[in-house]
Design a protein around this ligand. Sequence first.
Ligand SMILES: [Zn+2]
Ligand SMILES: [Zn+2]
Length: 338
Amino acid sequence: MITDHAFAELGLPVDASEQEVKAAWRRLVSQWHPDRNASAAAVAKVQRINQAFEAIRRARQQPEAMAEPVAPEPEPAAPPAADPGPQRPPIRRKIKLTLEEAAAGCIKPVRGKLTETCTTCDGAGHQVLGGNCASCGGSGAIQQRSAWFGWPSVRIECEACLGGGIARRTCPTCDGACKCEVSYEVQVRIPHGVRDGDLLHVDARRARAGSAPADLEIQVQIAPHALFQLHDDGTVRCEVRVNGFAWIANRTVQVPTLAGAQTLQLNRDLQTYLLQGQGFPKERRGARGDQVVTIVPVFPHKLSTDQDIMLDQLIAASSDAREAQPAAKARGRKRTTG
Ligand SMILES: [Zn+2]
Ligand SMILES: [Zn+2]
């Protein structure tokens, strides 16, 4: 029960003192006691009054407040409890995504457990049964004999009914703890274009059927990628090592993109290629940026005899290359031709 409602149930302002709360509760319980009040709503009303009283007591974290001091002394005014409000506090979780998942968007299940107010007893820890309390016979107090012979016995408040005089039992669901642990499972829809560190709020209504409703605040974590570097404008850069001969020969190669491998037409005049619209979304749910592929032509460190011969043939067949022949080869050629 929300504390504001609890005060309203007792007809009190939220800054009512502990003594005022107790007095109002006593008066209302007495007024609505089913023994004295024939109204059909009496038991339910008494239960609400008790729950309101318990809620205020718990909120003020004064579990001993019910024990009547033998010599009453002025109690310091308890600070008003912070009202949790109608919204339950969100559960903070982290979700790890690959860069590909963040680029395309995905659905991730989030499961966990949370502690919430017991719904069986509405957080009171007990249920009002109606009828007189068996311990005190409905009077709400118990005579306690003094330890000193000759001293008068004292009336103390009945612990079983907290002085209300009405029979009650410990809540079977939470065993009096007022709170229960419940599981939740939410399918979190991650929009495409989320960035590392982004916070996503997931409404409680997204919880799977049968799960506790859970408000989640999810922090996105994007794992570093082995190939791609992501820039703020959505550009994704990568370096791809390609066969140097394939590059010279203007062949095609497979290059990685966020959406999988893609064929790239090599051009021996170019080492940098722009793949338009193949990058990361420029903003959340936005259009994609570009991918920039830098190719690194790789040639064998040591040429085989066959490769050496083929290269010689290439050089010989190229008129442009002939002009740039090394002197030794040129001399050799002259010898064979001259
Ligand atoms: Zn009692
Ligand atoms: Zn309970």
